[in-house]
Design a protein around this ligand. Structure first.
Ligand code: MG
Length: 258
């Protein structure tokens, strides 16, 4: 069931989103060669709690940390650890925050120091695909329209658009209906729906340098998602609310931008 949020609910999600945006802006400042993904997590969690929020990934389906940190060929669901980031790595940071019972969810992929042009281009194309999708969100827009724009941009650049994982509705739960895929097939077309005011979705394209296919790697009691061919992957995500007219991105960093 797809729920429509009230103005009061949207106010809480906006505050959750503000904290998410600030925590990712902090991550942008912290990411550097020599830093560990646990260091990034520690600083983000401190900021989230100071803001009155609670990181909501911890314990979700058994996830053992407060953020996801996915390095290079890791697509999503990476676990922060003590390995030091190296110059030229790319790292996707995904974070969800609950504020007064309501959640916002966002992700960005960061360059560690100077990265190769091919890595930068992959990140640029993925971020652009999210921007293109967000620009399309509004009342009566169909989810397949959003997905096809993402797919066209990523595949048009010669990359694989990940099919095994998708965006989602968000609210009291981190993953609510509807599913928000990043590509279109016949099954999706049959189950398509139009957005309405009060719907809130997390749009999260994942772009692979090579094949769109993914694999899972077991780490402890958790599966990390990696590219099947070992090539790079980028991930960007925002939580966006549909308004009476247009839409509002709830997870922007302070001062706007991505
Ligand atoms: Mg998400």
């Amino acid at each position: 069931m797809v729920t429509r949020k009230s103005r009061r609910e949207l106010d809480r999600m906006r505050e959750a989103g503000r904290i998410v945006g600030e925590s990712l802006a902090l991550a942008d400042r912290v990411v550097a060669p020599g830093v560990t993904t646990k260091d990034i997590e520690r600083e983000m969690v401190a900021l989230i709690r100071r803001g009155g929020g609670e990181p909501c990934f911890l314990g979700y389906r058994g996830f053992p940390a407060c953020i996801c940190a996915s390095v290079n060929e890791e697509v999503v669901h990476g676990i922060p650890d003590d390995r030091r980031l190296r110059e030229g790595d790319i790292v996707g940071i995904d974070v969800g925050v609950r504020y007064k019972g309501y959640i916002a969810d966002a992700a960005r992929t960061f360059a560690v120091g100077r990265v190769e042009d091919r890595a930068q281009r992959l990140m640029d194309v993925c971020r652009e695909s999210l921007e293109i999708a967000l620009a399309a969100v509004g009342p009566d827009v169909r989810l397949s329209e959003i997905a096809s724009r993402i797919q066209a941009h990523i595949e048009g650049a010669g990359y694989g658009v990940v099919r095994d994982y998708s965006g989602h509705g968000v609210g009291r739960q981190m993953h609510e209906d509807p599913q928000v895929p990043n590509y279109v097939d016949e099954h999706f077309r049959r189950n398509d729906m139009a957005l309405k005011p009060g719907h809130v979705i997390a749009i999260e394209p994942m772009a692979n340098e090579g094949t769109h296919l993914t694999s899972r790697v077991r780490k402890g009691n958790w599966d990390v998602v990696v590219t099947r061919d070992g090539k790079l992957s980028a991930h960007f995500e925002h939580t966006v609310a549909v308004l009476d007219e247009g839409s509002e991105v709830l997870t922007q960093k302070p001062g706007g931008g991505d």
